[in-house]
Design a protein around this ligand. Structure first.
Ligand code: ACO
Length: 428
């Protein structure tokens, strides 16, 4: 392949370099396009064809259903790794030695205490508040409680901000859930693993000793790993673009959490479960909902189906489907929702509408079923996604800062009115 692309405008040719990544993905480098052509830009709504950065964190091939963090396959990581190891891998580039992991855990534990005044903020939210709104606000509030984390030019301060948020975020997740349930806002136990400690903080009852449930902890570990990064998706791009203005880590993450909330992104896991419940309530007629999803006059979409990048299968969905069976079996739960989900999947995979558009179950299709079996309320599902995605957002933010990327500031093509004179109100 040539190493240049030529663009011809009005008979004049402009050459731009092609850049190729380590997995042979190719891009036309148009950094100089506007300057060379005297003001012409590209337009690409939804960024379907636009690479916003070069990144060494996550590789995914949507046609082949490949997902790798720092070169390690998602299948291997989900089977063998611990969530905190994966977090370290994503953020710092290599799997940690036991010494590095021990220090990382210690630093996170050290920073996991949340200022007592944050409890007052948690208390001030109505019980009816959606947990995603609460967790995004609390993450933003951490900026006010930790002003030094705003210094994005010091690697040392960046590290401190990273361990702070990794330590405090599970506490905030647990408090967000417990506040809704009217349970005391408490701390866990740093001697436990990161995932188990999170689980304990969420579920410990004030009148009973905490008893570990290894099946649930292992499944949660797997789910968090599967959600940990997904290159330049909507929330991650948000984190990078907010961070590119030199906003601090917590402010950037808070914006990412808001982006994740939407039902076309992380909010889909809640939407999937609500959809499956509605189908169950409606008599379990999956065909009716398949027809609705295909009807262009009906806004209904089959939630948990389709993906901007995966056009073959979502490797995370494959792992989660197996995990859903395992967890429900281990916990002795017979959930009719799982049968409805499997029925829908079977129908969709054999339906020309879905086959032609390459619509497959995505990561969110089965995750909600596992969360529900664990006793996590539906409204908390997207918060669990955020907990899993936290290391990925941090890794992408850190890479963007260390790479000294310029501020993100797209152009546009203006399609509004041309210059006109102001008419005073009495003449309008
Ligand atoms: N149900 C029915 N039809 C669908 C669905 C669906 N879930 N998804 C896509 N389509 C159809 C579209 O109507 C469109 O049809 P057309 O070509 O006849 O107009 C075609 O498939 C392509 O869809 P787009 O929306 O253009 O695809 P895009 O890449 O922009 O969107 C998205 C991807 C947002 C994920 C979409 O598939 C969707 O809305 N899915 C449901 C929500 C969901 O599960 N989101 C979670 C994504 S994973 C994540 O963020 C973690």
């Amino acid at each position: 392949m040539s190493d240049k692309a030529t663009i011809k405008i009005d008979g004049k040719e402009f050459e731009f370099p092609l850049i190729t990544g380590t997995e042979n993905e190719t891009a036309i480098d148009i950094k100089d396009l506007r300057a060379a052509t005297g003001g012409i830009v590209t337009i690409d709504p939804g960024y379907k064809n636009t690479g916003s950065c070069e990144s060494a964190i996550t590789f995914l091939d949507g046609e082949k259903g490949i997902l790798r963090y720092r070169g390690y396959s998602i299948e291997e990581l989900a089977e063998k790794a611990d969530f905190l190891e994966v977090a370290y891998l994503l953020i710092f580039g290599e799997l940690p030695t036991s010494e590095q992991l021990g220090k990382f855990k210690e630093d996170i534990c050290e920073q996991s205490v949340v200022d007592e005044d944050v409890r007052k903020i948690v208390d001030s939210f109505p019980k009816s508040a959606h947990p995603m709104g609460v967790i995004s606000s609390l993450t933003s509030a951490l900026t006010a409680f930790n002003p030094s984390s705003v210094n994005v030019n010091s690697e040392e301060d960046m590290y401190k901000a990273i361990v702070k948020i990794l330590g405090k975020f599970p506490v905030l997740v647990a408090w967000t859930m417990r506040k809704k349930q009217g349970l005391p806002l408490d701390y866990g136990d740093c001697s436990l693993g990161y995932v188990e400690n999170t689980y304990k903080m969420m579920f410990k009852q004030p009148n009973k000793d905490y008893v570990t449930n290894q099946v649930v902890v292992d499944a949660l570990n797997k789910l968090l790993i599967l959600h940990a990064d997904h290159e330049q998706n909507c929330s991650t791009s948000t984190v990078r673009i907010v961070g590119s203005s030199h906003a601090g880590l917590f402010a950037s993450l808070s914006a990412g959490i808001s982006a994740l909330w939407g039902p076309l992104h992380g909010g889909a896991n809640q939407a999937v479960l609500e959809m499956l419940e509605a189908i169950k309530e409606d008599g379990g007629d999956t065909k009716k909902y398949m027809a609705k999803a295909k009807d262009k006059n009906d806004p209904f979409r089959l939630m948990g189906f389709g993906h901007r990048v995966y056009k073959n299968f979502d490797p995370r969905a494959k792992i989660i489907k197996v995990a859903a069976d395992e967890v429900l079996n281990d916990l002795g739960i017979d959930d009719p929702i799982l049968d409805i989900a499997k029925g829908l999947e079977h129908e969709a995979l054999n339906d020309p509408y879905f086959v032609e558009r390459k619509l497959y179950p995505n990561v969110d299709f089965y995750s909600g079923i596992i969360y529900r079996a664990m006793g996590i309320p539906v409204e908390m599902f997207t918060v669990m996604f955020a907990l899993g995605r936290l290391p990925g957002w941090i890794a992408q933010w850190r890479e963007m800062r260390l790479g000294k990327e310029p501020i993100g500031r797209p152009r546009q093509i203006y399609t509004g009115e041309n210059l006109r004179s102001f008419t005073t109100i009495d003449k309008r």
